[in-house]
Design a protein around this ligand. Structure first.
Ligand code: AMP
Length: 282
């Protein structure tokens, strides 16, 4: 696997590859501390493209909470051997200045409201930071396909909307959420849970599963209240939000029949670790 830290070298390598008449470039942007969830994205890219590029960059712009940024887990050595085992072709490992040179001024974005609900409401500026880094990475890598996880469903919707607005010639490939055996959605942040917290963490999955099985008996608001009440009595969790929303507009729904596709979306703190998850209802 090639490890490249400078964008000029990366673009040179990519054009060499294209000059050789090879087919498409697949791109998997990450913040590292890789797990099997990332692994699935990379495997999918490897199976669909001639060249797969993974990027590891902990993007300061998308962290609204300094502590979260400072405590974000990293282990580059382990990530490199993980990627090598998978057969990834290129790892782009930029320094801060390669993405954000001193003269860099972040753009403003308007995603028509997708960015203001749920994660956007509780993490001000988060999606502006996500959009900014992904736009810059797309301009460097110019991938044919880019792979994103449904675990971060709102992020995925925003990237799709950005691609549409900027007419980037890239296909966004949605990849299903990969879970631990007990149902907890894999996340780099799970490594920060204590043993007790890790055991408790499956509560999110259990609540979502319960909703998937029982939602038809309730209105969206009743379902929300059920989940809120369950979290109220949990000794370790602090619920930030639970929403029933359209999977198209991400707007809260009041009746199940007002949308053709609904999902449930959750964010909760377990100790100091913030976990998110979502599931499809229909
Ligand atoms: P991150 O490193 O957390 O920024 O994630 C990088 C990419 O991996 C994003 O597209 C995430 O949605 C995706 N991802 C993270 N965790 C999972 C998971 N458990 N299942 C599927 N995709 C994931």
């Amino acid at each position: 696997m090639l490890i490249i830290s400078k964008k000029d070298e990366l673009t040179e390598r990519i054009s060499l590859f294209k000059d050789q008449g090879k087919d498409s470039v697949g791109f998997v942007p990450t913040m590292g501390f890789l797990h099997l969830g990332h692994g699935k994205l990379i495997e999918k890219s490897l199976s669909e493209n001639g060249l797969t590029i993974c990027d590891i960059f902990v993007n300061p712009l998308q962290f609204n909470d300094k502590n979260d940024y400072q405590n974000y887990p990293t282990n580059i050595e382990k990530d490199i051997s993980f990627l090598e085992k998978l057969g990834c072709d290129v790892l782009y490992l930029p320094a801060h200045g390669d993405i954000y040179p001193p003269e860099h001024v972040p753009m403003d974005y308007n995603f028509g409201g997708l960015e203001n609900v749920m994660e956007g409401k509780f993490r001000p500026g988060h999606f502006r930071g996500v959009a900014e880094v992904v736009r810059i990475l797309f301009e460097i890598v110019r991938p044919d396909k880019a792979y994103f996880g449904e675990k971060d469903f709102q992020q995925l919707k925003i990237i799709e909307e950005m691609v549409r607005q900027f007419s980037f010639p890239v296909e966004i490939v949605r990849c299903p959420t990969v879970r631990e055996q007990d149902g907890l959605a894999m996340s780099s942040r799970n490594a920060r849970l204590s043993v007790t917290e890790r055991k408790a963490a499956t509560f999110i999955y259990e609540q979502l599963q319960w909703c998937v099985q029982n939602y038809k008996q309730f209105s969206p608001l009743q379902l929300k209240h059920k989940v809120e009440a369950a979290f109220e009595t949990h000794p370790l969790f602090k619920l930030e939000y639970f929403e029933c929303a359209s999977r198209e507009t991400l707007k809260q729904i009041e009746n199940w029949d007002e949308t053709g596709s609904a999902g449930i979306f959750i964010a909760a703190y377990l100790g100091s670790v913030r976990l998110i998850d979502n599931m499809i209802l229909f």
